[in-house]
Design a protein around this ligand. Structure first.
Ligand SMILES: *[C@@H]1O[C@H](CO)[C@@H](O)[C@H](O)[C@H]1NC(C)=O
Length: 174
């Protein structure tokens, strides 16, 4: 059985180095319109790690005629953003890059987070109140007037802003 446990250590180390922590704040969160895509094994693997909020403030706005949430890469403006940290494998990361039209629409950058609760299990545990860096899809390629839009601390597609998110499949061509 010793050989088996060494193998499982190697496997978990291999998995750990190939996993990446990403912070989601919009439609990929639990209960939001694109959550199912992260839970679809065909797209790869995503494991919930913790709820967290950004250390710095950012404008989180809803823009375009499809009412898409964007975290504008303008630290110091807006609010500290609430979201969720997931540990994802390389396959899921590649899927998300394509899904988020990275790097055209969003760019994957690093964000500093304060962990709010560590509900993850095993290697995914993070202590509440601790700080961690994760990848985030934020945007620097925004229209100047987006900076005038209302900002949100926590995105909810069904919030009382009434701006209905249009799923990719339902969008009309430009
Ligand atoms: C996160 O990144 C910043 C900037 O690179 C660095 O100063 C900080 O120590 C990092 N924090 C953690 C918890 O790794």
């Amino acid at each position: 059985m010793k050989g088996f446990s060494i193998l499982s250590v190697i496997v978990s180390v291999f998995r750990a180095v190939h996993m990446e922590q990403i912070f989601v704040y919009g439609t990929l969160k639990k209960g939001q319109p694109n959550y199912f895509r992260m839970m679809d094994p065909d797209n790869g693997r995503a494991e919930f790690v913790a709820h967290a909020r950004t250390v710095e403030q950012y404008p989180l706005v809803i823009a375009t005629k499809n009412n898409i949430p964007f975290l504008l890469n303008v630290p110091g403006e807006g609010q500290r953003i609430q979201g969720e940290i997931y540990s994802v494998d390389q396959k899921m990361l590649k899927f998300l890059d394509e899904f988020e039209s990275c790097p055209d629409l969003y760019q994957r950058t690093t964000v500093q987070l304060e962990v709010q609760d560590g509900l993850g299990e095993g290697e995914n545990t993070l202590e509440s109140g601790s700080f961690v860096n994760a990848s985030v899809y934020s945007t620097t390629t925004y229209e100047p007037e987006w900076l005038q839009k209302p900002t949100y601390e926590s995105y909810d597609a069904h919030g009382d802003h009434g701006l209905r998110y249009v799923r990719r499949e339902d969008r009309s061509p430009e």
